[in-house]
Design a protein around this ligand. Structure first.
Ligand code: PMP
Length: 395
């Protein structure tokens, strides 16, 4: 009956993680998977989250409503848009709790497929691969806009704007507002304003995918692009708590749709609930309670923000340390990109062959595209990574 079923090639990044686990070398370094680990290489349990666990205890676990926990949804809105955003005051944002950031993007795609079908979807080149996959699954054709300028290891802003201007009016455009995966390069504030002008003028439907809020500059600053955009036009915002709460397996995310008025937001929320009902019925409760508890309590929230600041500061310090070590070994290898890029990832510019060399010779695992997860660096492994990087760069 299922003889024709084709094997799944696997997700390249997750498969790489399996190869890493199977690698017997003691000195191996995993800089491939997008997970934040601390200086000891462990996924941290945040103190704020631990306190929330203690508070929620183990109690009854009824179904949550389709749209999720009310405190969670309120917390998402305040975090993404800020407490005083006009769209919030005017009650024109429809927000649901989702199954991670992936679930948020997936429901956004399903919602758009039903209510704005047939549009072209543009994603950055390169991007998180699932942007293509989730929108294609919903029935869309996806294409790309230029983003990565390989020669300068920065944003190809001219190419990006040109493509957004050339796209058919009313296209769907996915933007990562901060800590772009996989490149680590973001738009400057002026570029954000200029791109907003184009998006608004063309009537494009913008889907912001914010998976790393707090890992760029700060929780507040990282949301500035989204907040300013939402003052000018409707948009969709997917957010993930996987990284900034270190709650990968609990699957915590949110989807917010900024509407024209409160009446529209009410109807949009109804349709989001229907999309959830048809997909997985309602979101998970334990993760929902944890996030709602932290975001809903001033003390826990302040502690959480300090913990996010700590993760970001550590990653920035590791970027500087790696750059210093590389410079000490060679002044022919350019390391400025490490310092100008932000968040968990850096596009190194290394070729697939160079990445393979690092993996095979030194047990240093990067993604084939040359993406390095800087959150996997620590004081112990930086010297080895620097040596491997220099050797591969000069090969
Ligand atoms: N969007 C982007 C850009 C991501 O990098 C990721 C995760 N790595 C996600 C969405 C998905 O987030 P989650 O793991 O919460 O599903």
């Amino acid at each position: 009956m299922f003889g024709h079923v084709e094997p799944f090639a696997g997700d390249p990044i997750l498969s790489l993680n399996d190869s890493f686990k199977a690698d017997p070398r003691a000195e191996k370094v995993n800089l491939s998977i997008g997970v934040y680990t601390d200086e000891k290489g462990r996924i941290p349990v945040l103190g704020s989250v631990r306190s929330a666990y203690e508070r929620i205890g183990f109690a009854e676990r009824p179904y949550l409503p389709m749209e999720g926990h009310p405190g969670y949804r309120e917390g998402v809105q305040k975090l993404v848009f800020g407490g005083g955003h006009p769209a919030r005051a005017e009650k024109r944002i429809a927000t649901i709790q989702t199954i991670g950031g992936t679930g948020a993007v997936g429901i956004a795609a399903d919602f758009l497929a039903k209510h704005t079908p047939g549009r072209t979807v543009l994603v950055s080149d390169p991007t998180w691969e699932n942007h293509h996959g989730l929108f294609q699954r919903a029935g869309f054709r996806t294409t790309t806009y230029p983003y990565w300028d390989r020669a300068n290891r920065s944003v190809d802003f001219t190419g990006m704007v040109r493509a957004l201007e050339a796209a058919e009016a009313g296209s769907i455009v996915i933007l990562q507002p901060v800590c772009h995966n996989p490149t680590g390069v973001d738009l400057s504030e002026e570029q954000q304003t200029a791109v907003t002008d184009v998006l608004v003028a063309k009537g494009h439907i913008v889907v912001f995918d914010m998976a790393y809020q707090g890992f760029g500059t700060s929780i507040e600053a990282d949301a500035a692009f989204v907040r300013r955009f939402a003052e000018r036009a409707s948009c969709l915002v997917a957010n993930s708590f996987s990284k900034n709460f270190s709650l990968y397996g609990e699957r915590c995310g949110g989807l917010s749709i900024v509407c024209r008025d409160a009446d529209e937001a009410e109807r949009v929320l109804g349709q989001l609930k229907l999309a959830v009902r048809r997909s997985y019925s309602s979101p998970p409760m334990t993760g929902g309670l944890l996030v709602a508890t932290v975001l809903g309590d001033d003390t826990l929230r302040a502690r959480w923000i300090a913990e996010v600041d700590g993760m970001r500061t550590r990653m920035d310090a590791m970027r500087r340390l790696l750059a210093e070590r590389i410079r000490a070994l060679s002044n022919e290898v350019d390391v400025d990109f490490l310092l100008s890029q932000r968040g968990m990832f850096s596009f190194t510019g290394l070729s697939e062959q160079q990445v393979r060399d690092m993996r095979e010779k030194d047990g240093v695992y990067l993604v084939g595209s040359g993406r390095m997860c800087v959150a996997g660096l620590n004081a112990d492994n930086v010297p080895k990574v620097a040596e491997s990087f220099v050797a591969a760069s000069q090969a």
